[in-house]
Design a protein around this ligand. Structure first.
Ligand code: HAM
Length: 427
């Protein structure tokens, strides 16, 4: 039998319901925050990610799905969303036609050739936001508040917000020099990758999964010590804004993030749940003031985050939060025989288009089995359609809970359900 590729998964059953529930929350929250939905291609010219994510990052050096298309162009399946959104922002000259800040969101599959484990897939879904054109620290805080509020709305309790600042270009440069000085005498003891990172981007050494336990790693200088006044001021304002939003956070100088483009604020939200797996970073993001320029746009700042859907599902499971609230359907239509099927089909369609959740019997079930099926679907009402009903256009409707029966003319049927079914299910 042909099986799914390693590191991928199928969605059905309970997971399908949970995902749909989460997507609803994401959609409605983004309207409340006034963000615009954007969609960019699943594949882009490879160069975009080299420039956008960074030549020295693990994502680009080891994890991309690269291919030559039939026209011999180098293409890459997107490993993350920021680079594509920035490319689109520049290519479509959104900086010229929108008022600032431009606030966007996206949701979709990303691809990384990683070693699969719980919470780490080769195809995974990210929900993310990117905001362009504002240097205001309130935006950094707003962006941190979005995933925090999503987790809260879903009922998650064990989350921890870690923040740090890498500072502006000037601070980053000073920090880089300090790191070189710190690691230089010991770099020969490090792995091959780190030796390469030392030459190209020493900050990346701090992310190394092989050398992470070395003493010299633990004594490395932190970015915070090298922030200049402007960077410090920005970071202080971020903290103040988080306090105004009532968001608990921890300043964690170890957070440097695995992508090259960050400046100033970086943050991660992690699951603080006992026995949660190793992939506990639920969400990550930060400011990237040089990225739009690096991919050919004007000097416009950016800041954003992305959260992983699978890790969110794992966290919900760890806290035993069940989003699968089976509200059931509104109406179940049961034709008594094949003769009433066409009539059933028409009635079902018109009820659905009037806003009700409706199912009908397609299996020629006997009446008793139809009642069972209606119970299974948690139907509020059952319409039983026999010859009489079809001839007179007077429907027999049964309340599936109280078992009360009503005779309602087809002319009045919408009004009947409008009056008898709660508003929230037929908007
Ligand atoms: P990232 O930290 O690479 O950042 O990924 C963000 C989130 O995606 C992670 O916290 C995790 O939840 C999820 N994730 C990453 N890799 C995997 C995987 N292999 N399997 C399952 N989930 C995964 C970014 O991608 C940046 N673009 C975030 C950003 C947006 N920064 C600024 N704007």
């Amino acid at each position: 039998m042909i099986q799914k590729p390693k590191g991928t998964y199928d969605v059905y059953g309970k997971k399908s319901k949970q995902i749909k529930y989460i997507e609803k929350i994401l959609n409605s929250l983004m309207e409340k925050y006034n963000y615009e939905y954007m969609r960019t291609p699943l594949f882009e010219n490879s160069e975009l990610f080299h420039r956008g994510v960074g030549e020295t990052t693990d994502i680009v050096t080891k994890e991309t799905y690269d291919f030559l298309d039939r026209g011999n162009r180098n293409m890459t399946l997107r490993p993350e969303g920021t680079a594509g959104i920035c490319r689109s922002f520049v290519e479509n000259k959104m900086y010229g036609t929108y008022t600032m800040p431009v606030k966007t969101w996206y949701y979709g599959p990303m691809y990384r050739y990683e070693r699969p484990q719980s919470g780490r897939y080769r195809e995974f879904y990210q929900f993310g936001c990117e905001v362009f054109g504002s240097d205001n620290a309130s935006i950094d805080a707003e962006l941190i508040s979005i995933p925090v509020n999503i987790y809260k709305l879903l009922g998650l309790k064990g989350i921890k917000v870690n923040i740090n600042s890498l500072g502006d270009r000037d601070s980053r440069e000073k920090y880089r020099e300090a790191l070189i000085k710190h690691f230089e005498p010991h770099i020969h003891e490090f792995c091959e990758d780190c030796q390469e990172r030392f030459k190209k981007n020493p900050l990346r050494i701090l992310d190394c999964k092989i050398d992470c336990d070395k003493e010299i790693m633990k004594t490395a200088p932190t970015t915070i010590e090298y922030l200049n006044d402007t960077s410090k001021k920005h970071f202080d304002k971020v903290k103040e804004s988080l306090e105004a939003l009532d968001i608990d956070y921890v300043v964690n100088p170890k957070i440097v993030r695995g992508l090259d483009y960050y400046t100033h604020t970086v943050f991660e939200v992690e699951a603080d749940i006992e026995k949660f797996g190793s992939q506990k970073v639920l969400c990550g993001g930060g400011r990237y003031n040089g990225l739009v320029e690096a991919i050919g746009g004007p000097k416009i700042s950016g800041v954003g985050f992305a959260l992983g859907l699978e890790r969110l599902l794992n966290a919900l499971e760890a806290e035993e939060i069940d989003l699968d609230e089976n509200n059931g359907i509104d109406i179940y239509v049961a034709p008594m025989s094949e003769k009433e099927e066409s009539y059933s089909l028409g009635l079902t369609q018109s009820l659905r288009l009037s806003g009700f959740n409706v199912e009908m019997d397609y299996m020629n079930r006997k009446l008793q089995n139809n009642f069972k099926q209606a119970d299974k679907l948690n139907a509020k009402f059952i319409i039983i359609l026999g010859e009489d009903e079809v001839n007179t256009n007077i429907l027999t409707i049964k309340n599936n809970k109280t078992k009360e029966e009503f005779k309602v003319s087809t002319d009045d049927v919408i009004e009947f359900f409008d009056n008898n079914i709660e508003e929230e299910h037929h908007e």
